[in-house]
Design a protein around this ligand. Structure first.
Ligand SMILES: N[C@@H](CCC(=O)N[C@@H](CS)C(=O)NCC(=O)O)C(=O)O
Length: 299
């Protein structure tokens, strides 16, 4: 039996209450990733995710008696145990935040279910400044992701963690040179454009100059990006596979449109953006379809 077949059989046999897992052949990592989500949902519905470690352990021992088949392999045993006991990831996000959108796309591509906790960046002076949120992210910014018992902020760090722990589908190419291009483009957007037009920076600029300020930051970054993409792009930013660079590009183009930047001088950026926007992971995570999207902006 193939590796994915073994995993599939194990999960469907041991945890029948998860329901059918779908007919398509999945690679083991994708399968585990889907299994994780189901296990988290299941853990929550069984109330196994209680914070008390002792109780969780007891609950696990109890389940193990009933669910562990004799042929359970040690690695699968450990993974199943971790998955049953782990709560669902929580994404602290704002519908319009481009950095949150990057992470939402990564989660969608990797098939990771999660709960969204909206942090409204403008309501009540900004919920990112609340004491509770600052305890999660002292930088007072979204996104933050609670996953596997830790909280991570900084969207690129989150995406790289997801990549290392849930490697399928790959968001960083195997080839080190292409990988460097992906990181270079991601950093250019995440470090060289977005911070300059972020809310907290715009607040420092007089209101009547804010739009021009944001436009200039985007135009100067896009001038460089357009040139770079002409040598790295295939179907997408780097070659023909969707990578972390694409997760940064689409939300940044959305920001450009919001700030009324004319994108006609950027044909490469615009065409890659168009090709990415038709993909399901980019559509379901779009700012107009989030739990906290205001009714008038929903589509
Ligand atoms: N480098 C951080 C930047 C995060 C960031 O700037 N988040 C924005 C929304 S996209 C934010 O929370 N802004 C709140 C503020 O400026 O007060 C990342 O990539 O996650």
């Amino acid at each position: 039996m193939t590796e994915s077949g073994k995993v599939r059989k194990a999960l469907t046999d041991w945890l029948p209450l998860w329901g059918p897992l779908g007919p398509q052949e999945l690679k083991p990592a994708q399968f585990w990733s889907q299994g994780t989500s189901r296990a988290s949902q299941r853990a929550r519905s069984l109330d196994l995710s209680c914070p008390d470690a002792g109780l969780r352990e007891e609950a696990w021992q109890d389940r193990k008696k009933r669910l562990t088949p004799p042929e359970l392999e040690p690695t699968q045993h450990v993974l199943t145990r971790a998955f049953i006991l782990s709560p669902q990831p929580i994404l602290y996000s704002y519908f319009r935040s481009s950095c949150s959108w990057r992470v939402r796309i990564a989660l969608a591509l990797k098939g990771i279910d999660y709960e969204t906790v909206p942090i409204n960046l403008i309501k009540d002076g900004g919920q990112q400044f609340s004491k509770d949120f600052q305890a999660l992210n002292p930088m007072k910014q979204v996104p933050a992701l609670k996953i596997d018992g830790i909280t991570i902020h900084q969207s690129l760090a989150i995406i790289e963690y997801l990549e290392e722990t849930r490697p399928t589908p790959r968001l960083l190419p195997q080839d080190p040179k292409k990988r460097a291009s992906v990181r270079m483009i991601s950093d250019l957007i995440a470090g060289g454009i977005q911070p300059l037009q972020n809310l907290s920076v715009l607040k420092q600029v007089e209101e009547e100059f804010q739009l021009t300020w944001a436009q200039n930051a985007i135009i100067s970054g896009f001038n460089a990006l357009e040139q770079i993409l002409q040598s790295t792009a295939g179907t997408y930013c780097v070659g023909d596979e969707v990578t972390m660079a694409d997760l940064c590009l689409v939300p940044q183009v959305a920001n450009a449109e919001r700030f009324k930047v004319d994108c006609t001088p950027y044909p490469t950026i615009s065409s890659i953006n168009k090709r990415l926007l038709v993909l399901e992971a980019f559509q379901v995570t779009h700012p107009c379809r989030q739990p906290d999207t205001p009714t008038e902006l929903r589509a």
